[in-house]
Design a protein around this ligand. Structure first.
Ligand code: 6GU
Length: 266
């Protein structure tokens, strides 16, 4: 998998590519990355990359600035991205051009899985008020948002998306580590404990010390359902609608909804 990141601030994603598990995946040849500084493709002496939006911004005397289309299109050209109407997958392989923006569709674990199957991902990092719509119309496959809040830096959002994707690529981390985690099957993860057995008067739940695998499995499933009901009832609805819950989970869920649950802290 190759990640291309088109940005005015390459140092932000660079820090991520050069650290930890990502750096290992790069060393092992599982991942390649290419940071492209959009400013290198500006064409005036000031290397301008932004300008005022046509129409102004209502209610603002000084409108927010928008990224110019030309430097961005040259930067896309430089990594071999053609306009959507001129693409041929047989020569470029599987590739998606992604623009991260708070006005995009929600980025989800499902989308992360789809991205992990591509050969190349090209990310555009927006700054200021965003980018000229014609770049989106001509080149962008997906506009994605990482949540309902506004970041000043598209680089941070792009780095989040890359983090969610690269760890799903074969060989980066073990498949067992991916199996039980939050969102893997529509429920949040169960609580975990490590040593010491008692920390500031709080004990590790008895069942985890019992060595009784079946009891532990049941306890964990119950905890996952309790926590999802508490924090993310929307996920419970979704799991029900798509019938992904096991019969056992459905039963537990009914029990908990009828008020037979225990204190989620125990
Ligand atoms: Cl993708 N970009 C920015 N700048 N802010 C965001 C976002 C993206 N997703 C949520 N907030």
């Amino acid at each position: 998998m190759k990640f291309h990141v088109l940005t005015l601030f390459p140092e932000i994603p660079r820090a991520f590519f050069e650290n930890s598990i990502m750096a290992k995946a790069v060393d092992r040849g599982l991942i390649q990355y290419n940071l492209v500084n959009i400013r290198d493709f500006a064409y005036d002496t000031h290397r301008t990359c932004d300008d005022k939006p046509y129409g102004g911004v209502l209610g603002k005397r000084v409108p927010g600035m928008l990224m110019l289309p030309e430097p961005l299109s040259f930067a896309l050209d430089s990594v071999g991205v053609k306009p959507k109407t001129e693409r041929d997958e047989t020569t470029t392989g599987k590739r998606r051009v992604i623009y991260c923006t708070p006005s995009g569709k929600p980025f989800t674990q499902d989308l992360a899985r789809q991205y992990a199957e591509q050969d190349e991902l090209v990310f555009i990092c927006g700054r200021y008020e965003g980018i000229d719509q014609r770049i989106i119309d001509l080149y962008v496959d997906d506009e994605v948002s990482i949540g309902d809040y506004v970041l000043s830096s598209g680089e941070v959002a792009v780095t989040v998306v890359i983090d969610a994707v690269y760890r799903l690529i074969d060989g980066v981390i073990s498949s067992e580590s991916l199996e039980d985690e939050s969102h893997s099957d529509g429920l949040l993860e169960y609580p975990q404990y490590t040593r010491p057995e008692i920390f500031r008067d709080l004990s590790v739940p008895e069942v985890l010390l019992s060595g009784h695998h079946e009891k532990i499995r049941k306890w964990r499933l119950r905890k996952r359902i309790e926590k999802t009901l508490l924090f993310r009832p929307d996920l419970i609805e979704k799991a029900r609608d798509s019938a992904v819950l096991s019969e056992e989970a459905e039963l537990l869920l009914k029990e908990l909804e009828n008020g037979n649950g225990s204190d989620p802290q125990n």
